[in-house]
Structure formats: structure tokens, C-alpha cells
Design a protein around this ligand. Structure first.
Ligand SMILES: [Zn+2]
Length: 310
């Protein structure tokens, strides 16, 4: 019997080598890139995502105190309401959580329609257009499904059991976090941490940063904000190292200079993108688009409360 078990394991290892190669190839192509000028279609929240968001909120409230009284929460809710409306993603509630944490300059959106804002961000970036720039960028990552949880398939479970954790992590990097694995919880946790796939600490590869930047500028424009505010913010950070350090969490892997360059290039293309969206809206007979303004009719002057619940 022991001999048989050993043989089985060995054959599994052998089988896993081509499987790993297949996985590396398959996963690098598994994500459909979002073309520039396109706002991704909204995907309804699943019960699992709903649960995930609430669990994450539970973990965060162990460390940070929720603030319901800060007047600036209204402004954040308004921004989220307008941006998600422009994205056609306002049919389900967005859960907006503000933490009383002046020392933390950060904003994170996760799947399940949750947005976490730490008050240090509101202190650091005071202009509403600049706040909209950062918030819409975070929402864009979620709308583009960049921060879907690491999922685990049978194939990668075999890999986790037969290869070292390092090999599995390498696969995850190669696949930009799109790997799917069914492994023991502890292994999954180690994997997610080691591969930088923790939903709240997620760093994104360059292609995803480009996509989120493009979507964000488009959404700002469609919602009646000034997309140029994104360039103002990152140019100011690029010119002032103290301010750049302050925005370190928001900037993630890119420098302020790199962000400013990326946005500058995209702002040049933005009029073409919005014109195309307007044409498409006209073809659909969508009268919420106001061609005289070159963008979606501005809901920004409307003080109706945004879709939000807590
Ligand atoms: Zn980003």
C-alpha cells in the first residue's frame, strides 16, 4: 500500500509539470483587457461578495473607528453616487465607510460595492475634484474587476500540494492574480499574502493601473467633475516630496511622476473617448446624455442623496 501511494504522488507530480505550464499560459490570457474609452459593464453583487465585504468591514473596525458624524462623509457619498451613476453601477447600494484615522491617507474599494475611506485622505486632498479623482480611480479598479478575490481551482490545488509555495506564488505573479485554487485555508491565506493579493493591500500591475486611470478620467468627465484635477494632484505630489510621501498608500507602486505622466497622456485622448460614448448614447436614444456639453447630463448640481447604505 505505501508503495502504491508513493507511485500515485509521483505521477501527480509528473502530471503537474505540464499542468503548471498550461496554467501559466492559460492564466496570462484569462483576463480580458478593457479597451481605452470603455466603461466596463456593471456586474451585480453576489451573496459571497456581500459577505466578504461585511467580513472585511468587521476586520477593519477592529483597528479603526467608524465616523458617522464627519460632514465630509456627505461629500464622499455624493461623489460615489455620481461616479457610480455615470458608470451605470448605481442600481445596487454602495457601502461607504469613513474611518476616523487622520494618520492614514488611504481609499480602497473592494468587490461587493464597499468603499473604505480613512479621514487622513480627506485632510490631505481638500478639493472635491481631487477627491473625486482618487475615489473614482479606486472605484474603477473594482468596476474593472481588478480586485476580485484570489480564487482557487482543482488544478492549482494540485500545484499547491505538489510544488512549493514559491512556485505557486510565481504562477500567481505571472497570471496577475487571476489564478484559481482550492487549497487548505492556511495555504490560501499564505498564498494570497505572499502574492500581494490581499484585497485591502492590493497592488495592481501596470496594465490594470492604465485601465483604472482611463476609466476614472472618463467617469469624472461623464459625472461632471474636472478630470484635470487628477493631473493637478499628482503633479503637485511630483513637485513636493513631503506631499508625495503623504500620498504613498494611494500612489501604491507608481511614483507621483509616473501617475502624472500616465494621466497627462490620457487627458489628450479623453475628448475622443467622450465623443464616442456620446455617439453610442445617441444611437441608443439615451436622452440622459447632453451632446451640447459633450458628456452625460451633469447630475453634479443635483443635491439628491446618492445611493448608499450602511
Ligand atoms: Zn490604481
Amino acid at each position: 500500500m505505501p508503495m502504491k501511494r508513493c507511485k500515485f504522488s509521483f505521477s501527480r507530480v509528473l502530471l503537474s509539470i505540464p499542468a503548471a505550464a498550461f496554467l501559466l499560459c492559460a492564466c496570462s490570457n484569462s483576463r480580458n483587457p478593457i479597451p481605452e474609452g470603455v466603461i466596463p459593464d456593471y456586474a451585480a453583487v453576489t451573496p459571497e461578495q456581500e459577505t466578504f465585504g461585511h467580513e472585511l468591514l468587521g476586520q477593519l473596525t477592529d483597528k479603526f473607528e467608524l465616523d458617522f458624524d464627519d460632514q465630509r462623509l456627505n461629500e464622499v457619498e455624493k461623489i460615489v453616487g455620481e461616479i457610480t451613476k455615470a458608470a451605470g453601477a448605481d442600481q445596487e447600494p454602495w457601502h461607504i465607510h469613513l474611518f476616523k484615522a487622520p494618520q492614514v491617507v488611504d481609499v480602497r474599494a473592494v468587490h461587493g460595492n464597499h468603499l473604505f475611506v480613512w479621514s487622513g485622505f480627506l485632510d490631505a486632498v481638500e478639493d472635491r475634484n481631487e477627491r473625486a479623482a482618487v475615489i473614482s480611480h479606486e472605484l474603477a479598479h473594482t468596476l474593472a474587476h481588478h480586485n476580485e478575490p484570489a480564487e482557487f481551482s482543482l488544478l492549482s490545488e494540485i500545484m499547491l500540494q505538489t510544488f512549493s509555495m514559491a512556485a505557486a506564488v510565481a504562477v500567481s505573479y505571472a497570471s496577475q492574480g487571476m489564478v484559481v485554487i482550492n487549497a487548505p485555508d492556511a495555504a490560501k491565506w499564505a498564498y494570497v499574502q505572499a502574492a500581494g493579493l490581499d484585497p485591502i493591500d492590493r497592488d495592481y500591475p501596470d496594465d490594470m493601473e492604465k485601465e483604472a486611470s482611463a476609466i476614472s478620467l472618463l467617469l469624472m468627465s461623464q459625472a461632471g467633475y474636472q478630470p484635470e484635477a487628477a493631473l493637478d494632484l499628482w503633479s503637485r505630489a511630483a513637485a513636493n516630496s513631503d506631499f508625495e510621501d503623504l500620498l504613498d498608500e494611494i500612489s501604491r507602486d507608481l511614483s507621483a511622476d509616473e501617475r502624472a505622466d500616465l494621466i497627462k497622456g490620457m487627458l489628450k485622448k479623453l475628448p475622443t473617448w467622450t465623443a464616442k460614448l456620446d455617439r453610442q448614447a445617441l444611437e441608443r436614444g439615451d436622452d440622459s446624455f447632453d451632446l451640447s456639453k459633450g458628456s452625460k447630463a451633469n447630475s453634479n448640481d443635483d443635491d439628491s442623496p446618492p445611493t448608499q447604505d450602511n
